[in-house]
Ligand binder design. Sequence first.
Ligand code: PHE
Length: 454
Amino acid sequence: MEKKSYPSFSSRLGFIMVTAGAAVGLGNIWSFTYVVGSNGGGGFVLIYLLVLLFLATPIFMAELLLGRMGKASPPEALSKLQKQAGSKIPWAVPAWMGLISTIFILSFYAVIAGKVMGYGFEALFGGFGGWNGEQIADLNTSYNGNELLSAFWAGLFLALSVWIVGTGVRSGLERASKIMMPALFAMLLGLAIFAAIEGDFARGFDFLFGFRNVEFSAAIFLEALGLAFFTLSIGVGGIMVYGSYMGDDVSLPSATVWIVIMDLLVAILAGLAIFPLLFGAGLDAGVGPNLVFAAVPQAFAALPGGSVLAFIFFLLLTVAALTSAISLFTPTVQRLVENGWSRRKAAWSMFVPAFGLSILTTLSFGSWNDFYPLAFLGLDGLTFFDLIYKGTNNIVLPLGGLAFALIIGWGLQRDKVRAALSMKSDALFTIWYGLLKYIIPLAIIFLFVKTIWP
Ligand code: PHE
């Protein structure tokens, strides 16, 4: 199992940018605005920031560390560490759960990323320039209603991701993310400035940061936690794989801080760009998953050369989505490669279930938009998409994070963790370790229990 030539990134900057590319994706732009919008804004953002700092960031570090210590696919890495620790509990179980959930995440991720590509295509052929609000709303409705088109783009997005994962193009894409990430950043900044001038900035800003209506319920905390985990890609083993590529000379804590800051900045910038535009156009923040597709074209429609800018924006978002999708494929592909499969075969074998499941999300936005499959269990008002989205984000990711925290806090020896992390400050290590050992497990278990039995 121990391969001498285990791949690793040579430079610290390379590692940080590539891992940030895996973390930053639709979650930061599409989910962040949609979930914040649906939960009333500022109060929810405050809770998001709290859980990001105290729960998600320490777990991000834990997942990276487990990857760097185990140097294999997540199930193998954790079994290896389990054996070394002499534990009888099968540590690989949460890793397998993570691998299965990546297929479910990919299934809706592909539909949204496909729509981003579809909108980019529309822009390429002159769409949005000079359009009015009604035309933009109509495009959204007709896109969602055209299930074949939506499935086509979702399939294309998945095929593209599989092709990249299966061939060596990946390193090229990773190099590209060093350029694309700053470009996405600049684009969002530009949009935010435009939104500040043209949109209803005061209302957008107040919506995001006016900490009113804070509802400190367990369900809201769990929702914020799910969003924080999703935007940072933790809980499924994706980050563990990136950790396994991480050179031992790269400081894990400082890499974590940089990645979390970039991830958060993209989300905040997206919020600052999108909410003022939305309010400026007289739209409502609680519209759900179509929010980005309602607000962003409004901005480009009003700009000279808007179609070109819109095309660039959707292109950058596609690349951000691709780098994240790759990180969803990698843990399973890595595991299958350990069984002797070729990368290509491993990647394509995931295409079929991911694409098959994606049909459920496509239909949830189309003709099944009022079909609630688990209504008989009291889960009324939730489509297939809602169930898959909430099930993965609010249940599977926190459970994965919980498992990683328990493994670091209770499974491994403290000294071993201390040595592997090579954190300079003793005080910071003690805080991080204490959070993982006591606070985080208790908090996550408490949130689950309180959400089920309020
Ligand atoms: N973090 C990615 C995004 O924001 C999504 C993701 C979640 C990727 C979980 C991998 C694992 O788009």
